[in-house]
Design a protein around this ligand. Structure first.
Ligand code: DX5
Ligand code: ZN
Length: 221
């Protein structure tokens, strides 16, 4: 992959024009599509399930589908999302009492594995699982809704994780999700972020292509 990556979150898309809006992304050198799965239990909102992920796979056969599970008992749904076409599945640390088993389950289903932490969960809890995973996702808002403001203490967590990666010689990707826009994309990348998720700043705009171009420019500055 060409870093940094911009991963548009379709949570903010207009679902009556999902095909068209995803094509606007893939036309703008976007390879990753971020799918936010919410169950109304782990987070106070419901989004969509494996059916829509399968639709995204059909719309964009070449895209890299980054599936973010904000659900309780994620272990029970890994095979459904893998069958739907996920390339990478991320589970929340807070939902997995047997995190190592769940990570193994993701890999045994042929997907890359990611682990996500909420704003109040410290980075050091990830240490034992880091050698097993392909990506770590730092939530920079409380998960559940798009359009929230970025929590500034996330910078410290990103730097800490980056430092852990340097010290360990591991190569997991560092992703950040929530409140990302042109005002912080550059600073996030310079602090060590490889993958920027953006929902409202891509889709809740007049011109998706233009928004992507300015986000990429800010991320690369
Ligand atoms: C939040 C989701 C995010 C969200 C980001 O629970 O995980 O991916 O869609 O939306 P913005 O970019 O609008 O903060
Ligand atoms: Zn997300």
């Amino acid at each position: 992959v060409n870093l940094p990556v911009l991963a548009p979150s379709i949570l903010a898309a207009d679902f009556s024009r999902l095909g068209e809006q995803i094509k606007s992304c893939t036309d703008e050198e976007i390879q990753w599509i971020h799918c936010d799965i919410m169950d109304g239990h782990f987070v106070p909102n419901i989004s969509f399930g494996p059916g829509i992920v399968g639709t995204v796979r059909d719309i964009a056969p070449e895209a890299f589908l980054d599936v973010h599970l904000m659900i309780e008992n994620p272990n029970n749904f890994i095979d459904d999302f893998a069958d739907a076409g996920a390339d990478l599945i991320s589970v929340h640390y807070e939902t997995c009492p047997h995190l190592h088993r769940t990570v193994e389950n993701i890999k045994n289903n042929g997907c890359m594995a990611g682990v996500v932490i909420n704003p109040a969960t410290p980075v050091h809890l990830l240490e034992p699982i880091l050698p097993e995973i392909d990506l770590t996702l730092i939530m920079s808002v409380n998960p559940g809704f798009g359009g929230q403001s970025f929590i500034r203490s996330s910078y410290q967590k990103i730097r800490k994780l980056y430092q852990l990666r340097e010290e360990s010689g591991l190569s997991f990707l560092i992703e950040v999700d929530g409140g990302v826009g042109t005002q912080n994309a550059g600073e996030l990348v310079s602090n060590g972020v490889d993958v920027l998720v953006a929902g409202s700043k891509v889709f809740k705009t007049d011109d998706i292509s233009k928004s992507i171009a300015s986000l990429l420019k800010a991320a690369r500055a």
